[in-house]
Structure formats: structure tokens, C-alpha cells
Design a protein around this ligand. Structure first.
Ligand code: PLP
Length: 428
């Protein structure tokens, strides 16, 4: 078993030193539980692996994975920078105390108001299209801005086709063949282009496509340096580092991965005489993915044409299984190491047939009232949640040194009505 499931003396699942069942008694279900030490450990492991091989290295945490302010504060303390994909994320990062110099804004299909917000916030703008470049030049003084470009290196990878962000079908970035022209265009408009970026996809456990993207981006950077005279201050390889969700998957060997990337990076720097730019990575999932657990209660055991365990969370709470067919490992919180003795469907409470967390999942005996722990829900889980079916979103609790602190209140029915307005002619 690849997941380190800790249990306490009662045999219950322990998260950050706290008993899962006691957390449920205190905060009810469904409940997101975040383990602070895991976030810090993940950040440090990744940072140290790269920093030990190339000192001018920075992590830009991709906060789309999880924008909870407490999570952002933890990463601010660790020294992370932020990859923001919307101006809302810039806003949250500023609220979380990140200096704008530590924020890179990589929007797509960005409108002028958003560009204005990004520029005036002081974040660096990473440009995704020629349209964006031209519009930016009209709404600001280009000489005041260092910018970068997102390049689509025509390779992509990811755990699901929705998560592949490079290649011919992808809406993201600027084609590699256009790069020299685009950097020249930027300079002619008066900008200082100082960065180059790519992000080929999410959930990558095989280093090969990532390495290919690194190689291609470095070759593009080399051409842009030689043909457009650009001196790069940073080269950003994006995020996408995967984590195991299934017990049969293996972790990325981060020592090997960091060595292969930094070796290739250094080789290409010297091949193209690119001096010593900073190297950036933008991981989201790798930093927070395995740091949270979703606790949910079984309220119905149903023997229909199939056997179902019905729980009090749905795809409004965690959409990854319904949206990507993603596997999330699930254990019974009072006996997490119990061997399976049945196959059962684990179904959510949303009124949709697709609201299934698992089909034919080998599980031990499950009874009504049991608490299930759905693992590895730190990334793209709460941040993709919704109020669909008019269900208030769950609470989030942070664990450190066995101490639990609420970092997001459970929503109430009033939150379902928030900002709605009934025209007076419809009032009763
Ligand atoms: C531009 C950009 N950078 C980084 C990431 C982070 O991806 P991951 O969480 O897979 O590391 C994303 C996510 O899709 C992204 O769009």
C-alpha cells in the first residue's frame, strides 16, 4: 500500500494526529481535512531536490489546485511564489500576503479589464495569444512591463484528455513556430520580454513527455535568444507533476526527475549561451494533492440490481471521479486497514446517475453510519466544488500537531441564496 494510513490506539484513521471519527463528531460530514505537515513536506521535498542541483530555482504554487487562504499562507511562509490563472486568484494571493513580484498571471482568453487588473496588481503577465499582446500594448505603457509568453511546444500529457494542455488540439499558448516572431513583435511594441513558459498538462507520472517539453522549450528559448536577441530572466516549465491516486501507481522519483531536468536545462543553457536564468516550476497537485482527506458518512446501504453504499457527499463536493473518471482510494475510517470482502458501488447524493465515487470497488463490510475517508483530495477538489442540487459546501479543517482549526465554515442555506434578487413584481 503506497498511502501511509496512520491509525491510533483505537484503530481509527488518524489525520495529522487527530482521530477521524472525533473530527466527524465535532464538525459533521462531509468534511475536508487538510494536513499542514504534508503540504510543508511536499513543498520542501520538491524545492530541495531542484535547489540542490540549480540554485536559482523557484516554485510557483498553482493555486487553482486549492485556494484556501490558510493553505496559501502555509505556502507563503514556505517561500513559494504563485501561479495564478485568473484575476480572482491574483486577488486571493494578494489577500494571502504574497508580494505581487511573487505572482505570475497565466490567463487564457483574457479580456482587457482582466489585463488591466493584472498589470495594476504588479503581477507578471504571461501572455497566451497575439491578441492579448496587442491589447495589452494599448492599455499600458509597454516599457514598464516585463512579460513572458506561454509556448505550446506541440507535446502534451496528462491523466485525462481534459487535462492535456499542449499539442495541436490545445487552446493554450503560442505555437512554437511563431515564438521568434512574437518575441520580436513584443519588443517592437516596446515590451521587455524576459520569460518563457510552458505547461503541457496535469497528472503526469511518466517523466518522458515532461522531459520532451523541457527540451522543446529550451530549443525555442535558444532560437528566441539567437534570432530575437532576448535575454531570459526566467524559464518556466509549468506544473503537472502527478501523484499516485491508485495503490498500484508509483510516486514520481523526485530525485531522478529533478536531476534529469536540471541536467538537460544546464546542457541547453550552455548550448545556446542563455546565461543563468531562473528555473521555475508550477506544481499544484504535487504540493497539496495528498494532503487532504474527505470524510463522509454512509447513510444508505441499498441492495438493488447492484449493491450501493450511499454517502452524504456528491460530485458537488468532489467532482474528479464524475468529471475525469478519476480513482480515489476510499477506506472505512474506523478500520482503514481492513481487507476487502465484497465489491460495492459507492454513490453520492446528487440527483444524477453519474454521481458515483466508485463502481465495483473492493471494500470491507460497510454499514450505515460508517465514516468513509476519500483520500488524496487536496487538489482540484474543494476548488472545483459547487452548490449543485442546492447543497451548501462542506467545512474545511486544518490539522497541525494534533490540533484542529476550522479554515472554512460549512456553508448554510443562506449561502445558497447569496446575491440572489427577486424582482419586486415577483414578490409574494
Ligand atoms: C498554467 C498552469 N500551471 C500549472 C498548473 C498546475 O498543474 P498541476 O496541479 O497538475 O501541477 C496548471 C494546471 O492545470 C496550469 O494551468
Amino acid at each position: 500500500m503506497i498511502f501511509d494510513l496512520e491509525t491510533n490506539e483505537k484503530g481509527n484513521l488518524s489525520i495529522g494526529g487527530a482521530d477521524a471519527l472525533e473530527l466527524v463528531a465535532k464538525y459533521k460530514t462531509p468534511l475536508y481535512v487538510v494536513d499542514e505537515d504534508k503540504i510543508r513536506d511536499n513543498y520542501r521535498r520538491l524545492y530541495n531536490a531542484f535547489y540542490s542541483k540549480y540554485q536559482d530555482f523557484k516554485i510557483f504554487y498553482a493555486c487553482k489546485a486549492n485556494t484556501n487562504l490558510a493553505v496559501m499562507r502555509i505556502l507563503e511562509q514556505e517561500g513559494s511564489c504563485i501561479d495564478a490563472v485568473s484575476i480572482g486568484e491574483i486577488y486571493i494571493a494578494l489577500k494571502a500576503g504574497f508580494d505581487p513580484s511573487r505572482i505570475l498571471f497565466t490567463g487564457n482568453n483574457v479580456k482587457d479589464d482582466e489585463l488591466k487588473f493584472a498589470i495594476s496588481s504588479g503581477a507578471t503577465v504571461n501572455i497566451d495569444s497575439i491578441s492579448q499582446l496587442k491589447r495589452l500594448s494599448k492599455i499600458t505603457d509597454p516599457s514598464k512591463h516585463k512579460i513572458s509568453f506561454r509556448i505550446n511546444p506541440n507535446v502534451g500529457a496528462g491523466h485525462h484528455e481534459h487535462c492535456i494542455t499542449g499539442g495541436e488540439l490545445s487552446k493554450f499558448g503560442i505555437m512554437e513556430e511563431e515564438a521568434v516572431e512574437v518575441y520580436n513583435m513584443a519588443q517592437n511594441l516596446g515590451f521587455q520580454p524576459t520569460g518563457i513558459h510552458t505547461h503541457i498538462g496535469s497528472g503526469i507520472l511518466d517523466p518522458e513527455p515532461f522531459m520532451l517539453a523541457v527540451e522543446k522549450l529550451m530549443d525555442v528559448a535558444g532560437r528566441v535568444h539567437e534570432d530575437a536577441g532576448v535575454e531570459f530572466e526566467f524559464i518556466d516549465f509549468g506544473g503537472g507533476l502527478g501523484i499516485p491516486y491508485h495503490p498500484d501507481e508509483s510516486k514520481l522519483d523526485i530525485e531522478v526527475f529533478s536531476k534529469e531536468i536540471t541536467d538537460l536545462f544546464k546542457e541547453k543553457l550552455s548550448q545556446y549561451d542563455l546565461k543563468n536564468p531562473s528555473m521555475y516550476l508550477e506544481p499544484g497537485r504535487y504540493i497539496v494533492g495528498d494532503a487532504s482527506v474527505l470524510l463522509t458518512k454512509v447513510n444508505t446501504i441499498k441492495n438493488s440490481y447492484r449493491k450501493f453504499a450511499g454517502i452524504d457527499a456528491g460530485f458537488n463536493t468532489l467532482i474528479r471521479p464524475a468529471m475525469y473518471g478519476s480513482y480515489h482510494h476510499i477506506v472505512v475510517a474506523n478500520q482503514p486497514h481492513e481487507k476487502p470482502n465484497q465489491k460495492i458501488d459507492i454513490a453520492g447524493n446528487v440527483c444524477e446517475s453519474g454521481d458515483l465515487f466508485a463502481r465495483d470497488r473492493p471494500m470491507p463490510e460497510i454499514r450505515e453510519g460508517d465514516v468513509l475517508a476519500i483520500l488524496n483530495v487536496g487538489a482540484y477538489s474543494f476548488s472545483m466544488s459547487s452548490q449543485y442540487n442546492s447543497r451548501p459546501r462542506p467545512a474545511e479543517v486544518l490539522l497541525r500537531d494534533c490540533k484542529d482549526e476550522i479554515i472554512r465554515e460549512r456553508e448554510s442555506f443562506d449561502d445558497l441564496l447569496y446575491r440572489q434578487n427577486i424582482p419586486s413584481r415577483l414578490l409574494k
